[in-house]
Design a protein around this ligand. Structure first.
Ligand code: DAH
Length: 339
């Protein structure tokens, strides 16, 4: 038995010596110590050993196993160290190579302007609400007091999907949708894309963006409208900015106005930028029409409110002194990367 075990040890040692990789070493382990391995076979043969010799033989088998295991372990450690060394040699980093430059994208001037407007109104406690770009005629026109024969409803101005569904021509339908929810008071802005059947030129595009605003509560007055929009203009264009409200007509507000800001380029003296007038038109606004309140389920005797609509591109063009709206959509990287 002793000789047999010694033979197994010798054999194992030489196979371990030959193993030049971790996988091969594992094969050796399986061949000698595995379930069907040579040493295991000896253990299985114990039943043929005389009972009084069994303890001794058992001890010898265990010693043999320990010897082989120890050698396997030492060899595994050596092979692993070698493998790591080889890997390090392979993965040498040449720190003198020129670095790859990452081109990082950045925000579009429209988005920068939108975020600026959002920042101002969210700072005043407004929440932001999203509305659908594909809208029912009912919300885009009807509930905003725009009657069937209104010129805005002409196919020349509006993209119709069906008789009752349009690509929204303004963000104002979000007003009606918000009022209908019946959660009062309301203090919201709603930025988004709008569509009009316009030819492309320096100041027109069939798709552009607006930011709608709506405030409804008890005792809201035109003074609140003026105070809010004046503050907005100052935050957007600078503390020294003056504002001017001109009477105007919008079907869904009464009274309605357009707000001009003093030209931030010449300070109001008159220049090429403001076409000599010293003023720049910036938004439409007004007090929510009682009829609109009624159509949206709010009692106009109990609540009042104001609304406004800002053209986003207009803000972006003014703020960055861009003189052609088409530049905003052509995605010329040389243009866009300036902002
Ligand atoms: N929706 C109007 C437009 O597209 C802009 C507007 C004017 C919105 C007055 C308003 C408002 O909320 O009160 O021309």
């Amino acid at each position: 038995m002793k000789d047999k075990l010694q033979a197994i040890v010798d054999q194992a040692m030489s196979r371990i010596q030959e193993a030049d990789g971790l996988e091969k070493l594992n094969d050796v382990r399986v061949a000698f110590l595995g379930k069907k391995g040579e040493l295991t076979a000896v253990l299985k043969g114990m039943k043929d050993v005389k009972p009084e010799e069994r303890p001794l033989v058992g001890q010898m088998v265990n010693e043999t196993r320990a010897k082989i295991e120890q050698h396997l372990e030492e060899t595994r450690a050596k092979l692993e160290a070698r493998a790591r060394e080889l890997q390090m040699e392979r993965e040498v980093i040449d720190v003198t190579l020129p670095a790859k430059k990452n081109t990082i994208g950045h925000r579009h001037p429209n988005i920068i302007a939108q975020e600026e407007v959002e920042r101002i109104f969210i700072g005043m406690g407004y929440e932001e609400i999203e509305g659908p770009e594909i809208e029912y005629d009912e919300y885009n026109f009807e509930k905003l007091n725009i009657p069937a024969n209104h010129p805005a409803k002409d196919e020349q101005d509006t993209f119709y999907i069906t008789k009752d569904i349009v690509l929204r021509t303004q963000t104002s339908p979000v007003q009606a949708r918000t009022m209908e929810q019946g959660r009062l008071p309301i203090r919201m802005i709603s930025p988004g894309r709008v569509f009009r059947s316009d030819e492309v030129d320096a100041t027109h595009s069939p798709s552009f963006h607006q930011i709608e605003g709506l405030v409804i509560d008890k005792n809201i007055t035109f003074a609140d409208l003026k105070g809010t929009l004046e503050e907005f203009a100052k935050e957007l264009f600078g503390e020294e900015t003056k504002t001017k409200f001109r009477p105007h007509h919008f079907p869904f507000t009464e009274p309605s106005a357009e707000m001009d800001v003093s030209c931030f380029k010449c300070g109001g003296k008159g220049c090429r930028f403001c076409k000599g007038s010293g003023w720049i038109e910036i938004l439409g606004c007004g007090m929510v029409h009682p009829h609109v309140f009624e159509m949206c389920g709010i009692d106009p005797k109990e609540y009042t409110g104001f609304a406004f609509g800002v053209g986003l591109e207009r803000i972006a063009l003014l703020k960055y002194e861009i003189d052609d709206m088409r530049l905003l959509y052509e995605n010329d990287y040389r243009f866009l990367k300036q902002f």
